[in-house]
Design a protein around this ligand. Sequence first.
Ligand code: ADP
Ligand code: MG
Length: 673
Amino acid sequence: MEPQQRSPLLEVKGNLELKRPLVKAPSRLPLPGSRFKRGLDQMEDVLEPEKKRTRGLGTATKFTSSHPRAPAITTVPQAQGQTTAPKVPKKTGPRCSTAVVTVLKNQKPGPAVPAQKPGTAAPPKLGGKKPSKRPAWDLKGQLCDLNAELKCCRERTQTLDQENQQLRVQLREAQQQATALGAERRTLEGELTRVRAQAEQGQQELGNLSARVLELEERLGTQEGLVQELQKEQLELQEERRELATRLEEQERRLQASEAALSGSQAEVASLRQEAAAQAALLAERGERLHGLEMERRRLHNQLQELKGNIRVFCRVRPVLPGEPTPPPGFLLFPSGPGGPSDPPTHLSLFRSDERRGTLSGVPAPPTRHDFSFDRVFPPGSGQDEVFEEIAMLVQSALDGYPVCIFAYGQTGSGKTFTMEGGPGGDPQVEGLIPRALRHLFSVAQELSGQGWTYSFVASYVEIYNETVRDLLAPGTRKGQGGECEIRRAGPGSEELTVTNARYIPVSCEKEVEALLHLARQNRAVARTAQNERSSRSHSVFQLQISGEHAGRGLQCGAPLNLVDLAGSERLDPGLALGPGERERLRETQAINSSLSTLGLVIMALSNKESHVPYRNSKLTYLLQNSLGGSAKMLMFVNISPLEENVSESLNSLRFASKVNQCVIGTAQANRK
Ligand code: ADP
Ligand code: MG
């Protein structure tokens, strides 16, 4: 047995079973002659039959002859009944020798065995019939018997000696075995202790293992759940995989189709490239033609403007404002043109009831009708967009190199500023001509950039009050009290005029223009508080210098666009008492009237192609001289109040405008180089 190789549990069990037999082992020595086997199991086997045999023999036959501490000869009890008749052992071995020993021990000198007759006496047969008793006289026979018996005894003694020797040898062997067994026992005890310790440790480990088993079982449960989940997931994934495989197949089919289409497309691309090259050549050709057409457009546009007249007059009647008295019905009429109501109106009729003209019968005279016709008439409901639409082409001609001048003429409060700059509040609906014109120019310049044109714009804004020029774009501290400005030629021999001390600001977007208009409004507001409604007593001139260049063709063009909000055209009441304030007012009015009449005279002189044009008679005409005259295009808005109380001033304005309208100024020419 090799305990080390067994599991601790098994080892413990085995040792526990072995415990009892090992303790009793000294009293259960193996049978003489039987080989002692070291294996515990085998020892058990050896011991078991001995036990049985012992039980079967009872105490009397307890075999102790080989026990070292209890020699059989002295300690074996003998049943009283077993006496003289020695039994002849049937077998050899311990049983036989025991019988012999018993016989020897119980042999008494007592009754002699009858002697056999000499010669006849047969040697006693062991185990045979007893020899018949010799008569007392047969001493010889008896002697013979005794000799035979002696001989037999001697033989027996000899046998016993041999046996004794054998037994001694066995005893020694047994002792050696005992010693060996003792040593073995100690070894086993040690082993037992170790095994017990191991058992305890095993027990402990078992406990730990049980706990671990429980834990593992628990984990197993969790893992099983997990496995189930994973299996489920796997199924789903398999399903998904199948789906994806289907889709992949589909995609592959599509890819193949796409590849086929691609190769087709590539061929197509190649042919398209060829086509594109052809198109590019065509495009270049078209570009050339487009340029020719653009030039043609400009020429035709100019011709159209000429046909319309290089000086045009539009009449605009503002609506009645909240709080103003409603004019009598029919005070102002806007008869439709020859094309009917669909035609834009060009006529205006004003009815004036003259109180001074009474009839003899005392019945008031019927109102006098005054008819006017202009290039266009805008009734009160006309919006700013509608008005701008009419002048958009004129403004655009500034890009083509024609100087443009747009005036707003009329009495104070007739809507000049509204027309030019726009209404209050920054509402885009009521934006005036200046912001709209600039936006239009910026967008057209952008379009023309596609044809190779580059434009730049520089803005200035001045007012002319009492024949003095002031910068409306003066920033910061100069606000409202900008230094005196002078109108000078840009250089010796130059036709171009500039205003000294005035700012010329490059603009390229609406926002910048808005900022300028805002600044001008602020400057005017400051001036207004300082000098009683000065804004209506002064001319505001917004100038935009436009420069265009076509680098590819080496073309240049440049022209000014002037948008002029004229001072109120009203005359001073002749019956007004002349106090110191009024005198100042009179001087102002005279200056205004003078400059306005100079404007009229300049237009007339130009129209009549007079050799002398009185530009120098007013700062306004002097400043605008390059934008008036032969090569320039001019538009005058005559703004009219709808109120009956303003009828006189309205008539004056309409008459002035009619005169201007009758003027035809030479053929416009673009300033091209
Ligand atoms: P002016 O500059 O000729 O003195 P304004 O332009 O200041 O006159 O106009 C006077 C008033 O009439 C302003 O309140 C202005 O908003 C208003 N107004 C002028 N024209 C119109 C119009 N077409 N539509 C609405 N309101 C107008
Ligand atoms: Mg005004």
